[in-house]
Design a protein around this ligand. Structure first.
Ligand code: SAH
Length: 233
């Protein structure tokens, strides 16, 4: 009896696995359309468009929501969080001006989709998530599809002092203010892209000058889930 139920559990997990990790001409066609849509909306960086054209976004969502995977919209994932809108992912990545070999800190791993875009661009990615359930899920999932960032369970407000400094930092949740710890962990010449604000956020970049001062630029309004304090079990 016990053997039978473990066998059924095993078979259903294989079924789920295969269903989720299927990527056929239909998905590829939808992705191509999404890439065209992002180009029309003003994303020009070819490497970023190629990354979005390559990564099967539907694998990052529950199989039941397959048809939403290639809409240019944010979508709920586990633990009340969202996978960012593809345009937002592309736009934030463009602002980061990623170069091959850049050491990048990402705050808010979530589904890991943004992390995969950074890895596709040849960056070394260090990613922090505060929700244990999401951290565990994404830490198991990304390597299973060939993406290997360094995963950390912790509070992104504090960054990763032990691994600093970073060439770039990307914050993928709405921050009420610019955390000082993150600025301290940015190399001179480095860029941080952070959506700043409570209900709505202004996409903001700060470039750290060689004398330590910050050059601030604003890039329009966005809406993110909030950057929350401390870890959550
Ligand atoms: N980059 C993600 C976006 C996820 S939404 C993606 O592509 O799917 C933002 C994520 O930030 C959520 O998973 C949320 O749990 C996480 N988060 C919020 N506050 C945080 C903090 N202080 N430290 C680390 N992660 C945080």
């Amino acid at each position: 009896m016990q053997f039978y139920s473990s066998l059924m559990l095993y078979l259903s997990s294989i079924n789920l696995f295969m269903h989720n990790l299927f990527d056929d001409f239909k998905h590829k066609g939808l992705r191509k359309k999404l890439v065209e849509e992002l180009a029309l909306k003003g994303i020009t960086d070819k490497a970023i468009l190629d990354a979005i054209g390559k990564i099967p976004r539907h694998w990052f969502m529950d199989a039941a929501f397959l048809k939403f995977a290639y809409d240019d919209k944010a979508f709920p994932i586990a633990a009340g969080q969202t996978i960012s809108q593809p345009y937002t992912v592309a736009f934030q990545t463009e602002l980061l001006q990623v170069k091959k070999g850049d050491k990048i800190l990402e705050i808010g791993t979530g589904s890991g989709y943004q992390t995969c875009v950074l890895l596709e661009l040849g960056a070394k990615a260090f990613t922090i998530e505060r929700q244990k359930q999401l951290y565990d899920k994404t830490k198991a999932f990304l390597p299973s599809i060939g993406y290997n960032p360094r995963f950390f369970y912790g509070d992104g407000y504090k960054g990763l002092p032990a691994f600093a400094p970073f060439d770039k930092i990307i914050v993928t949740a709405g921050a009420p203010y610019l955390p000082e710890d993150l600025i301290a962990q940015l190399k001179p010449g480095g860029i941080i892209v952070i959506p700043l604000g409570e209900n709505e956020q202004i996409m903001t970049t700060f470039t750290k000058q060689h004398d330590g001062t910050l050059l601030k630029k604003e890039h329009g309004m966005f809406r993110f889930v909030p950057l929350l304090k401390d870890k959550q079990q």
